[in-house]
Write a new protein. Structure first.
Lengths: 233, 246
């Protein structure tokens, strides 16, 4: 029998509860999940119109285009990561909970990746066909995006947490986050390029994994500190 | 030791001690930059490959050094502020950011000017120029974030967190950009892999670097002093100092 005021269950219970709550909330607002995907498809549509419909030309720039467009789509979805919780006050409850905030923030980021990064990665090969992406690189494209977008979600969440208290944080958020995205973009697009050239991709994917590992170590603490700044300020 | 740190953290004490230190750094900065500048621009021998255009190095390299050092110093000050709540550290971080952004711009601009005689173009996606450009964006982000908050305390803490996140990322960005560059554009002409510089080229460069650092310290002291006056304007010692009645 726990004492009054003491939380029942451990940190895993809290993480599971946060995961379930965020999943349910996001799945009920489907447009928030679908909008980045539509944005991704739209941006990819703009390039052949703006540059040239020539498949050979498109094939050479397709890896970079797909990666940049997916990165921007992920960026676009970041503003909503903490915004809703901030506005209805549940973010404050999260901060007040006796469980470690970095773990809870990590759970929120995991849901964000599951419903933004992963769908983007699954959709990218379809758009790759439209850009005449050379065969043999489709699996690597999806894999690199799945791996890389997890880092993007973690790094982006720091920016989202820093700007959640600001009424017009959208442009500022991209200003803060985009420079930090560059290593992920380099190795993500590099992996697809390497697959097209027939070189080994394991080195690129390994570095993407290493970036993710570093982000997983540092980002939760930075997100937690930023959330406290945004709430108490 | 702790008493000393506490004393150093007091704006009033810092204001007094920096008044004595600042002239020395100004003298050092002016003397070193003058001697190094005249020596490097007028007396150092011309480069056998690049002729006189290599003399841009005497501005470019010190500025690039400073651009990176200031970011690290800013993040260190942010760390001190976040951990020990020393307001003085945040004042220093706040005044360092624009100076660092300025130095990054100087490094970028001098790099672009140097590019005309060596590469035949104002801009090339060279690894160093690219990572310098990203560093510039990081500075802009920190300055913009600090300006976006209504409350000064939130602004200070947010800027500190971002500076620390940035400083962890700088080496990652630097190395990934270098890797990217070697993959895409094998260097046709490298500025750095020249044979070791002769002494008479290298010494003025050293003087310029030291001069730029002294300049940075002097400007930071000066601007931190005015930041102290601005933020502590309601304190009695400041009002007495500026000659306002109680």
């Amino acid at each position: 029998m726990p004492r009054v005021g003491e939380p029942e269950g451990g940190v895993m219970v809290a993480i599971r509860a946060t995961l379930r709550r965020d999943l349910v909330l996001l799945l009920r607002r489907r447009s928030e999940v679908l909008n980045p995907l539509v944005f991704f498809a739209l941006v990819i549509t703009l390039f052949p119109i703006g540059i040239s419909p020539d498949p050979e030309l498109l094939a050479t720039i397709a890896p970079g285009l797909l990666w940049v467009a997916a990165l921007l789509a992920a960026l676009l979805s970041l503003d909503g990561l903490f915004r809703g919780d901030y506005e209805d006050g549940s973010l404050e409850q999260l901060l007040l909970s006796p469980q470690p905030l970095p773990a809870l923030a990590m759970a929120k980021v995991a849901v964000h990746w599951l419903l933004t990064g992963l769908p983007l990665a699954l959709m990218a090969p379809v758009l790759g066909i439209m850009l005449a992406l050379p065969a043999g690189s489709y699996l690597v494209l999806a894999l690199s995006l799945a791996l890389g977008s997890a880092s993007l979600s973690l790094i982006g969440a720091i920016g989202a947490a820093l700007t959640v208290g600001l009424s017009r944080g959208g442009v500022l958020l991209s200003l803060l986050v985009l420079p930090l995205y560059i290593p992920v973009l380099i190795f993500g697009a590099g992996a697809v390029q390497a697959a097209i050239l027939g070189a080994g991709v394991s080195a690129h994917l390994a570095i993407l994994g290493a970036l993710l590992a570093v982000a997983m170590i540092f980002a939760p603490w930075a997100i937690a500190a930023s959330l406290r700044i945004s709430i108490n300020g | 030791m702790w008493a000393f740190i506490h004393k150093l953290g007091s704006p009033k004490w810092f204001y007094a001690i920096s008044e004595r230190l600042m002239p020395w750094f100004w003298v050092a900065a002016v003397a070193l930059i003058l001697i190094g500048g005249v020596w490097g621009l007028a007396f150092a021998p011309a480069d056998y490959q690049q002729g006189n255009s290599f003399r841009i190095i005497y501005v470019h390299v010190p500025a690039a050094f400073l651009a990176q050092s200031i970011f690290v110093a800013m993040a260190a000050a942010g760390f001190v502020f976040m951990v020990w709540k020393i307001k003085l550290a945040d004042m220093a971080a706040a005044v360092m950011a624009p100076l660092g952004a300025g130095m990054t711009f100087v490094a970028l601009f001098s790099g672009a000017v140097w590019g005309v005689p060596t590469w035949g173009t104002w801009w090339q996606w060279d690894a160093r120029l690219t990572s310098m450009l990203i560093l510039f964006f990081l500075y802009v982000g920190v300055i913009a974030l600090r300006g976006a908050f209504a409350s000064r305390d939130s602004a200070s803490r947010a800027a500190s967190v971002l500076a620390m996140v940035g400083v962890i990322n700088i080496p990652i960005i630097k190395y990934s950009v270098e890797w990217w560059y070697t993959l895409h554009q094998p260097a046709t002409f490298s500025v750095t892999s020249r044979p070791a510089m002769p002494m008479e080229m290298w010494l003025p460069l050293l003087l310029m670097v030291l001069g730029f650092y002294s300049f940075f310290i002097a400007v930071t002291l000066m601007r931190t002093r005015s930041e102290i006056l601005r933020r502590e304007s309601s304190k009695r010692w400041v009002r007495e100092l500026v000659g306002e009645g109680p």
